[in-house]
Design a protein around this ligand. Structure first.
Ligand SMILES: [Zn+2]
Length: 358
């Protein structure tokens, strides 16, 4: 029962079982949900189940045939895996259409159209779809619009809002929920992390993501998250030069640009989780699981009193933060991304209009 290793995603699994039983597998899926919750593991297991040569019931790979072994080793000739290199801001164009000397003779768009070697179908998984730029997405359009027979393309992204509309409109969306705190704690117990923060605290702060919990096991990160929440709860996060503190946190990771960008996106994630907790508590009238969270309550006490205005203010703050994250990677210096963001947050959280258009 290999699926039992994949926690908390019964709903998408049931969906794919029904889809296969009725023979309605689409050619392109976009999996969305926070990083570090098992979307990639799910996609690989789905690929294994579809490529297994000894499958006994739908979506139950045998684990032992050579096709299963090749998928597990990520060497199956009909499985194409693409992700963003750590030192790049986006997935390079050559991953889709080959390098300058092999344009359209290599890369995903070419390979997925080849006859399957052994699996009866070609499956491509694009990890980090958040980092598709317009060039990359455009190169994929023809494949999305005229998918080769028996091909399956799965894109993995952290949220629907971060994907280009040209991709979203051509994909079947499958939503993955964050893990429960209990699931995150269970995974962390097996990892032997070196940290003074307790597993319970890490799981509670993780937003349901194992990857985020591991990042938070760095005490500097954990401490920064607390400071950021206090600043956000004040509804004026830019005061006292907090923008410079954020910059300090971003730069403390070292000189590497891609690591700094990842840090700035992390700042955005922390802010989004905070605003989501505020929203959740506001909607559930304080009875929600965040009701013991002091900073969430501080924010609620300061936001506009009218429930609709309150919800609107927080929704715009989330939208503005997603926009901030989208600006990371386009060569703007971090401080020129951070300061306007903080200024807009202070305005929108007080119920003022801001422009969140592109
Ligand atoms: Zn098998």
């Amino acid at each position: 029962m290999p699926w039992t290793d994949i926690l908390n995603h019964d709903a998408p699994l049931e969906r794919f079982k029904r889809t296969l039983q009725s023979n309605r597998l689409a050619s392109t899926y976009l999996f969305v949900g926070p990083d570090g919750i098992g979307k990639r593991a799910f996609a690989l297991m789905l690929a294994q189940a579809l490529l297994c040569e000894n499958v006994s019931e739908p979506l139950m790979p045998c684990e032992t045939c050579s096709a299963c072994q090749q998928v597990i080793a990520q060497t199956h000739p009909d499985l194409i895996l693409i992700s963003k290199p750590a030192d790049k801001a986006f997935i390079p164009l050559e991953a889709f259409i080959g390098d300058a000397e092999h344009r359209r003779q290599r890369g995903l768009c070419h390979d997925i159209g080849l006859k399957p070697y052994r699996g009866g179908r070609k499956i491509a998984i694009i990890d980090d779809a958040d980092f598709l730029n317009i060039e990359g997405a455009n190169s994929l359009l023809k494949t999305l619009e005229e998918p080769p027979p028996k091909s399956l393309l799965i894109l993995l992204g952290s949220s629907e809002q971060k994907q280009l509309s040209t991709i979203v409109s051509r994909s079947q969306i499958v939503r993955f929920e964050p893990l429960t705190e209990q699931h995150v704690a269970t995974v962390l117990q097996g990892l032997e992390l070196e940290t003074t923060t307790s597993i319970e605290e890490l799981a509670a702060a993780s937003g349901g993501s194992v990857a985020r919990a591991i990042e938070l096991s760095d005490e500097e990160v954990f401490q920064f998250r607390s400071t950021l929440r206090t600043a956000l709860a004040s509804l004026d996060p830019g005061r006292d030069n907090f923008g410079k503190d954020i910059l300090g946190f971003v730069e403390s990771v070292g000189k590497d640009t891609s690591m700094r960008r990842a840090r700035l996106r992390m700042v955005g994630d922390f802010a989004i989780h905070f605003f989501e907790a505020v929203m959740h508590t506001a909607i559930s009238d304080g009875l929600a699981k965040h009701s013991t969270d002091t900073e969430v309550h501080n924010a609620l006490g300061r936001l506009p009193e009218d429930p609709q205005a309150k919800a609107e203010a927080v929704a715009v703050a989330i939208e503005r933060t997603v926009l901030m994250q989208g600006q990371v990677g386009y060569n703007a210096s971090p401080i020129n991304i951070i300061l306007p963001w903080l200024k807009d947050l202070a305005a929108c959280l007080r119920g003022q209009q801001i422009n969140v258009g592109v």
